[in-house]
Design a protein around this ligand. Structure first.
Ligand code: GLC
Length: 559
């Protein structure tokens, strides 16, 4: 075993380790559903402080916090009313400072979410745009157009928003504004220098407060080029998104924005890091967001979109490692986040039912009735896939609750749902049940109100079966998902090595085996037949059954 350990093994955050992010394990916190310290039903910043020891014990290198800013919650906080404050329901800036201190003191870095494509309609800049009227400099910060028809009574185009429903909203004076997402999320006009200034100030504000990096929401949509005569939705749909010249997505000039941001990141020591959420057409297009002059890293959702299938996994890993080696970035891996059905549940669905292929929108995967999900199989496969992922070179992004093996909550009543994607989606078959099922507050304790989430219950109802997935229950069981994650994350640190792997042929289509340069090996059996290992293999994680890797499981070996 190598003596080399990740710099992030240190218990304090130093300036020397500028490359800390390259192979970090990053844990996503969806703050309103993590832990509620003040007992108002919503998770908060002090809840994160209270759970700092839990996070340290889990063994992650960083947390990424989804938005905690003031918001009307039209889209779970991704409708930001003020980029430089904390939602009063979630705490104060001073609580935020305490959280940074608590996490940094335990060697955990902090990444915050920046939402630059759109603000909330309650944001002061949008309110000013409405008040100032047509043709004003204030309106130019957003995307306003005159409506069609004599008095502008018809929308400028028939475009549909990502959540369903029209993407243009009238403001009562013949003008309409464009919103990719919910009506409450007007898109910024990134041709306007004020918008640039607003975000440079925001990046400095949080960097000055000690945050280590940023996750950039919808990073591929900021730059737009809307012609005088707008194309129809059908024409938009037919346009190629790989050329860098689509009017709305992945335009080449978006990278000018990130070059500007990079100069700010590099003002700090160590430089602030960033990871792009860019749902683009190919790994090649994605790599453009991950350059050293740009954001540095980009989410790779390929595994998240794949089936539990050896050939798909191998292909994805090979392509993405080559891509990141070519650009000097490091790859990212992710199986779950706050936008998709949890992977334990996806993997329990019949083949392809959980895939995005039949979905119009890549990031809303149709939920399925609970009786169509094989929960045990999904749980087994999820753990196998997570341990495969944690052995890969590059950074691993984990979503709160996956360490517990938590399933999607599929049966939330319509009146309890919050996600605009559910309400705006015309057809649940096509558009899915929305994303509330992966955002249900975490179960911490066996009993009590809301399984220990907080004193006032949970803002999305928790099902009775959450009792079997509590931190309390699992921490006491060495065979639980939580215990295996803890063990894996500790070993991952100890074994971490150069960012490459070599495939070892297994003679089976459904078994993958790879070795890292220091002799750390990962074997994942995607099939049901046990895979016999050669005698004498040193297993460091997982267990063999009769000398074989059991079906739908992963083991780690070392020389
Ligand atoms: C991103 C977020 C998602 C949000 C959307 C609009 O895709 O991950 O949760 O709804 O952007 O901000």
């Amino acid at each position: 075993m190598t003596d080399a350990v990740l710099a992030s093994d240190a218990t304090t955050i130093g300036s020397a380790d500028a490359a800390w992010w390259r192979q970090a394990a990053v844990y996503q916190i969806y703050p309103r559903s993590f832990a509620d310290a003040n007992g108002d039903g919503l998770g908060d910043i002090r809840g994160v402080v209270d759970k700092a020891d839990y996070l340290a014990e889990l063994g992650i290198d960083a947390v990424w916090l989804s938005p905690f800013y003031p918001s009307e919650l039209a889209d779970g906080g991704y409708d930001v009313a003020d980029y430089r404050d904390v939602d009063p329901r979630l705490g104060t800036l001073s609580d935020f400072d305490d959280m940074i201190a608590a996490l940094h003191g335990r060697g955990i870095r902090v990444i915050v979410d920046i939402v630059p494509n759109h603000s909330s309609n309650r944001h002061a800049l949008f309110q000013a745009a409405l008040a100032a009227g047509k043709g004003s400099p204030e309106r130019d910060r957003y995307i306003f157009r005159d409506g069609l028809g004599e008095n502008g009574e018809r929308p400028p185009a028939d475009w549909q928003s990502v959540f369903g429903g029209p993407a243009w909203e009238p403001v009562g004076d013949g003008q309409w504004y464009f919103h990719h997402f919910a009506t409450e999320q007007p898109d910024f006009n990134w041709d306007n220098p004020d918008v640039h200034a607003e975000f440079l100030e925001t990046l400095r504000f949080w960097s000055d407060r000690g945050v280590d990096g940023f996750r950039i929401d919808v990073a591929h949509a900021l730059a737009k080029d809307l012609p005088e005569v707008l194309p129809s939705q059908a024409e938009l749909d037919a346009m190629d998104t790989t050329t860098g010249r689509h009017p709305l997505f992945d335009r080449d000039e978006v990278h000018e924005i990130y070059r500007e941001w990079r100069r700010v990141f590099d003002e700090y020591d160590p430089p602030r890091i960033a990871v792009a959420e860019a749902w683009v057409a190919t790994p090649e297009r994605r790599a453009r967001y991950a350059t050293a002059e740009g954001l540095g890293q980009a989410f790779n959702f390929d595994l998240l979109e794949a089936d539990f299938d050896a050939a798909q996994f191998r292909h994805i890993v090979t392509v993405n490692l080559a891509q990141s080696a070519a650009t000097g970035s490091s790859s990212t891996w992710v199986l779950s986040n706050h936008d998709v059905v949890r992977h334990a549940t996806r993997y329990g669905l019949a083949p392809r039912d959980g895939s995005t292929a039949k979905q119009g929108s890549a990031w809303i995967i149709a939920g399925a009735p609970a009786d169509q999900v094989d929960l045990a199989r999904g749980g087994r496969r999820a753990l196998a896939a997570s341990l495969f992922l944690l052995g890969l070179p590059g950074s691993a992004y984990l979503y709160q609750g996956e360490e517990l093996g938590l399933h999607e909550v599929g049966d939330i009543a319509p009146e309890d749902r919050q996600d605009p994607a559910f309400f705006r989606g015309a057809d649940p078959e096509r558009d899915g049940l929305g994303r509330d099922g992966c955002r249900v507050p975490l179960p911490w304790e066996r009993g009590g109100s809301s399984y220990g989430f907080g004193a006032a219950g949970a803002h999305l109802p928790q099902p009775a079966w959450f009792a079997r997935y509590t931190v309390e229950e699992e921490a006491a069981d060495p065979a639980s998902s939580l215990s295996v994650y803890r063990h894996a994350l500790a070993l991952r640190r100890a074994l971490q090595t150069a960012e490459t792997l070599e495939w070892i042929e297994t003679g089976r289509d459904d078994v993958l085996r790879f070795a890292r340069p220091n002799g750390w090996q990962v074997v994942t059996n995607f099939g049901e037949e046990p895979f016999p290992l050669e005698p004498g293999a040193t297993v460091v994680l997982g267990a063999l059954e009769g000398g074989a890797v059991a079906g739908e499981s992963t083991v780690w070996l070392r020389d």
